[in-house]
Design a protein around this ligand. Structure first.
Ligand code: PAJ
Length: 283
């Protein structure tokens, strides 16, 4: 497997792919790969001749320094995992911070038609400016035909679609379903940092989302939200940061249900120091 730490070497290979008219699928990640990431890589390989996977813990998207410092960095194991998907068709780009940012580790300021002000945008200051900055830069370096993002970070997926639209970036953004552990917990690189007790109770998050979905069939968003908040109060190991039912397109919290719209429920929860997010389609 080819692993590049340097964008100019990567660019040479990409030019080579382009002269051969090969389609390039791109999967940006922050590493500590798990089956959720691999499902994106598999999808990329099923639709393109080659997949570029970036492994880069992007400093500008962290609003919490401790989270950045403690973010798991496991490049060797990541490469071994990627080899189980394909040894020949995957190219890894694992740059140092300077290769991407030079000595100016700052994010650009973006507007995404208001998508950036909701949920993760409201609770994690500057987060989507950091995400927008890195993804735009990676798109410029990798110049992929298609790029794959998980619905696990549904707001991020919508924001990247908006980024591409507003900045006329010639890439097709493709959303991929949430990959879950057998007990329902959405896979996340942060799960490895959960204590044994927190890991045991964490499936409660998805269980509650599923019940919320059932209730949303007959009850108002307000009713369902109150019910969810009550459930989390009974669960001392998990601290609910937010539960929001929002319009799938605008991500604005629903006030009145309309049969013409689609909705999704979004949740952010602290399990000890670890912040977990999840979401579910409601209709
Ligand atoms: P990271 O959290 O590593 O996730 C990389 C990609 O994998 C994202 O598109 C994310 O939604 C997807 N993903 C993570 N867990 C998943 C799961 N359980 N099922 C399906 N997809 C999953 O998201 C980021 O990195 C960064 O913000 C990034 C886009 C790389 C920019 O730095």
């Amino acid at each position: 497997m080819k692993v590049f730490h340097n964008k100019s070497e990567l660019s040479q290979l990409i030019d080579n792919f382009k002269t051969k008219n090969m389609l390039i699928g791109f999967v940006p990640t922050m590493g500590a790969l798990h089956e959720g990431h691999l499902s994106l890589v598999e999808k990329a390989l099923s639709e393109n001749q080659v997949a570029v996977v970036s492994v880069f813990v992007n400093p500008t998207q962290f609003d919490n320094q401790e989270d950045l410092v403690k973010y798991p960095r496991t490049l060797e194991t990541d490469i071994e995992l990627l080899k189980t998907v394909s040894d020949h068709k995957i190219v890894v780009y694992a740059p140092a911070v300077e290769d991407v940012y030079g000595d100016d580790v700052k994010s650009q300021s973006f507007k995404f038609d208001g998508l950036e002000n909701e949920m993760e945008g409201a609770f994690r200051e500057g987060h989507f400016n950091g995400v927008g900055t890195i993804v735009k830069r990676l798109f410029e370096i990798v110049t992929p035909n298609r790029a794959y993002f998980g619905e696990k970070d549904f707001q991020q997926l919508q924001i990247i679609k908006k980024l591409v639209e507003l900045h006329h970036i010639p890439v097709k953004v493709i959303g991929c379903p949430i990959h879950r552990a057998e007990d329902g917990l959405a896979m996340s690189s942060r799960n490895t940092r959960l204590t044994e007790n927190h890991r045991k109770v964490a499936p409660f998050i998805y269980e509650t989302l599923k019940s919320a979905k059932t209730k949303f069939g007959t009850k108002s968003a307000k009713n369902v939200t109150e019910w969810v908040e009550k459930q989390f109060k009974k669960q001392p190991l998990l601290e609910l940061e937010y539960f929001i039912i929002a319009d799938t397109d605008t991500l604005k919290p629903v006030k009145r249900k309309s049969t013409k719209k689609t909705y999704r429920a979004f949740v952010a929860v602290y399990a000890g120091d670890i912040r977990l997010i999840d979401n579910i389609a409601l209709n």
